[in-house]
Design a protein around this ligand. Structure first.
Ligand SMILES: Nc1ncnc2c1ncn2[C@@H]1O[C@H](COP(=O)(O)OP(=O)(O)OP(=O)(O)O)[C@@H](O)[C@H]1O
Ligand SMILES: [Mg+2]
Length: 353
């Protein structure tokens, strides 16, 4: 039996339901829960913590069935996007609040608060009121308050989404240290795939209240189930047929392209080749490169995000998405209709059957 076992969970909130959710985690696992807006991620967390009662299904935590326990008996903590600190208490009191129900010894309470404050780098802020803190500091205080009671399970509902990229990065590092130190098991809802890569050893993709795919990030992102998960994760999927083997490489022929992959396959097989958008380099010419795939196409779309640019390139009958930095977008002078080469290694592609 796993440390956390959620099985066959049905929750109906009128107009929306979680239908038959199953999630497993071992002690110390870091699960990322991703899915489109309105897919039931927050509802799942709130059911796990006990704010909703499932019609069917069980939640087992460390061998104990907690499905019918009140929230405060479950030894589960939650941190939201909005810190929800008590405004009239200083940071110390906020962190100590739940601990006082568990411990009587003042010295011990103080030691525990100071320990977690040290790990999360807020020891200098303990006697300030939440209103005087920055967004990142408030979230660290909220994390400290949740971790200080040493929960069996820590639930995070987009705790970093209101923070800037630099602050997010620092907080991820601190969170990582803290959860290792407190040997916590985490279920983290996020829209930011960076969180998945930086923190999680397991990822669960949900859609309309159902689990679509689960596994380690590498396999889910590189071998997404076709259609929804691939589309949602932005993984390029090129469908074709294995044409031939050339040495150690497999040549896959799509309607108008030939793609080289280092994955083995048998000629004649119908397959899809996946390639992550971060692993495609865009170049103005057919550059000298060790990458086997150098495909000529035309820019068909440019989408500027906070720190990256997503470029769509029409190559033959396929549209390939590539992520570039704003600097290289400028240097390449990417514009709709412009001729461009997409370059990627055979070793970065996966053949999916
Ligand atoms: N108490 C409730 N009563 C009725 N409908 C609800 C309730 N809670 C959630 N819902 C509905 O259930 C669906 C899933 O909501 P949920 O908040 O879990 O989505 P989410 O995946 O967390 O989305 P987001 O990424 O935007 O936070 C939504 O359509 C929401 O309106
Ligand atoms: Mg939500």
């Amino acid at each position: 039996m796993s440390f956390l076992e959620i099985s066959g969970l049905y929750v109906d909130v009128g107009g929306f339901e979680l239908s038959g959710i199953g999630v497993k985690a071992e002690k110390g696992d870091y699960l990322a829960l991703i899915g489109p807006t309105g897919s039931g991620k927050s509802l799942l967390l709130e059911t796990i913590i006990g704010f909703y009662t499932p019609e069917k299904g069980r939640i087992i935590l460390e061998g104990r069935d907690i499905t019918d326990l009140p929230p405060d008996m479950r030894q589960i903590s939650i941190v939201y996007q909005d810190h929800m600190l008590f405004p009239h208490m200083d940071v110390f009191e906020n962190i100590a609040y739940a601990l006082r129900k568990k411990l009587r010894d003042k010295k011990q309470i103080e030691a525990e608060v100071k320990q977690i404050a040290g790990v999360l780098g807020i020891d200098e802020l303990l006697y300030r009121k939440p209103g005087t803190l920055s967004g990142g500091e408030k979230q660290r205080a909220a994390l400290a308050r949740s971790l200080v009671v040493r929960p069996k399970l820590l639930l995070l509902d987009e705790p970093f989404s209101a923070l800037d990229a630099r602050t997010k990065e620092r907080l991820r590092e601190m969170l990582k240290k803290a959860i290792i130190g407190y040997s916590t098991t985490v279920l983290h809802v996020t829209h930011d795939f960076e969180d998945v890569w930086a923190l999680a050893n397991h990822v669960v993709v949900i859609r309309k209240g159902e689990v679509m795919q689960a596994g380690d990030p590498e396999s889910v992102f590189r071998r997404p189930s076709p259609d929804f998960v691939a589309e949602f994760l932005g993984t390029n999927m090129l469908k074709g047929k294995v044409k031939a083997l050339e040495g150690k490489l497999t040549v896959v022929e799509t309607e108008s392209l030939e793609i080289y992959s280092s994955d083995p396959a048998v000629p004649g097989e119908e397959v899809a080749v996946s390639i992550r958008p971060e692993e495609i380099i865009l170049a103005r010419g057919a550059v000298e490169s060790s990458a086997r795939n150098i495909l000529k196409g035309k820019v068909s779309g440019i989408f500027k995000k906070e720190h990256t640019v997503m470029a769509e390139v029409q190559i033959g009958d396929a549209e390939i998405k590539a992520v570039v930095t704003p600097t290289s977008c400028e240097m390449l002078d990417l514009q709709q209709g412009k001729e461009i080469y997409a370059v990627f290694k055979a070793s970065n592609t996966r053949i999916i059957r």
